[in-house]
Design a protein. Structure first.
Length: 284
């Protein structure tokens, strides 16, 4: 099993009362060991996650420092089964340079978060960054779903423009089925997926309601939506993610049980739970 979408940061960055796994690489390793997970994608932290008094902290916190923390941490052999994804603001002057640097250092993708970095998904000024990612074969995982800021800047439908302009760019549309109020934009994600073979459905945070009483809403039906994805795009373009540390061991077990309860072949279940991610990232 190869799980996607794991946020990591130095100890003390996450509220331990709310996040018992601490959001550390060690915490992620414990979850992986307990659930017998072979590999996991670890995201570099966002700058605002990082403690200002960390021992490695220099005078000005930067995106490069966040990525460097993850890169150096992953050199420890006990984390050899973790695959690094960079965190990059594509608007920044050095975005392409940082992308190339961490590709050379072995990272396999980038966590793209429009609401945090305040960029419009299909802004043509980002084409240089998208071109670079396309050339390098780096996967771009886009957060979609209500997360503050202006929603019309990061609607999933905007990814159609990106995918059409960059047909070889590896795009993961994250939280396709659920997460927050994202179940209202499922149709947009489905349209983009149907229209562009270089897009993949990330199903992180899909199977448990995040809002009170959501599970009683007639519009919340993750199983039906996953089955629709399977019918429209096939199991070969669906990727499971945990959203660690917000999702820990208990959630992972529930998610695996949910996927294995589906009346689909074992091969299809294995594709969703890691084989697709291995192929997309070029990992044997």
């Amino acid at each position: 099993m190869f799980i996607n979408h794991c946020h990591t940061a130095p100890e003390g960055c996450f509220d331990e009362k709310k996040i018992p796994n601490k959001g550390t690489l060690e915490g992620l390793k414990e979850v992986m060991d307990e659930a017998k997970v072979e590999r996991a994608v670890a995201f570099a932290p966002f700058p605002h996650f990082m403690p200002q008094d960390a021992s490695w902290y220099s005078c000005n916190l930067s995106i490069r420092e966040c990525n460097e923390w993850l890169y150096k941490s992953l050199q420890d052999k006990k984390y050899k089964n973790m695959v690094g994804f960079a965190t990059i603001d594509p608007k920044e002057k050095e975005a392409c340079e940082i992308l190339e640097e961490y590709t050379k250092k072995g990272f396999k993708g980038v966590k793209m978060h429009p609401p945090i970095f305040r960029f419009k998904i299909d802004d043509s000024s980002l084409d240089g960054f998208y071109n670079t990612a396309e050339k390098l074969g780096m996967a771009l995982l886009f957060h979609t779903g209500v997360h503050g800021w202006r929603i019309n800047e990061y609607f999933p439908i905007l990814l159609d423009n990106v995918a059409q302009r960059h047909p070889k760019l590896k795009i993961i549309i994250e939280h396709t089925i659920g997460w927050g109020a994202n179940f209202f934009t499922f149709d947009q994600s489905l349209a983009v997926l149907q229209n562009n073979p270089n897009t993949y459905a990330g199903i992180t945070g899909s199977f448990e309601p995040i809002l009170p009483h959501m599970d009683k809403s007639p519009v919340y039906n993750p199983k039906a939506r996953l089955l629709l994805l399977l019918k429209v795009i096939g199991a070969e373009r669906i990727i499971y993610g945990l959203d660690y540390p917000y999702g820990g061991l208990d959630k992972l077990k529930k998610d695996i049980k949910f996927i294995y309860s589906l009346k689909i072949s074992r091969k299809e279940k294995e594709l969703i739970l890691g084989r697709n991610l291995e192929k997309l990232l070029g990992i044997e």
